[in-house]
Design a protein around this ligand. Structure first.
Ligand code: INI
Length: 154
């Protein structure tokens, strides 16, 4: 019979880091609240969560890399918000952030959950940070919990 690998959605006994971009903080703090609440409700202890704040989404990859290389966390959650309407260099900031986060996960083998909103408008961002369209911070935390469990089994 085929071997099937899938994870229980429990964070019990696991450690997570949350890297948070301060830019667009009014949106990002909704993502942080959602992610932390999700981790706690899935059994992660408060003292097993490390939160690191950086200026903007551009700075997330280097900090996530340092955290991943430290090998103290089972997964890392990156949270931020890049809004196209407010920046002519949206594509650079959002693109390099996403590429950098993906590269860190591949280079280190530590899962990095992508909780960086990239939207056209502030309203779209607010909607995805706990208002009308769910909370991308919760989604990222769930992905981090699942990936920690999957990797443990491989
Ligand atoms: N950083 C963001 O996280 N979101 C943005 O929308 C944004 N805009 O609009 O420019 C942004 N810029 C700052 C950038 O991430 C760096 O912090 C800055 O360039 C300093 O290196």
């Amino acid at each position: 019979m085929a071997r099937s690998v899938s994870a229980q959605l429990t964070g019990t006994g696991r450690r997570f880091a949350v890297a948070v971009a301060r830019f667009n903080g009014h949106v990002v703090e909704g993502l942080v609240a959602g992610a932390i609440d999700c981790l706690l409700r899935h059994g992660v202890k408060d003292e097993d969560i490390t939160i690191v704040r950086v200026p903007g989404a551009w700075e997330l990859p280097v900090v996530v890399k340092k955290l991943a290389e430290g090998k103290k966390h089972h997964a890392i959650i990156a949270l931020g918000c890049v809004i196209r309407g407010e920046t002519p260099h949206f594509d650079y900031v959002a693109g390099e952030c996403a590429k950098g986060l993906a590269a860190v996960a591949l280079q280190t083998g530590v899962p990095v959950a992508m909780g960086v909103l990239t939207t056209d408008t502030t309203d779209q961002a607010i909607a995805r940070a706990g208002l009308k369209a769910g909370n991308k911070g919760v989604d990222a935390a769930m992905a981090a919990i699942e990936m920690a469990g999957v990797l443990e089994q491989l």
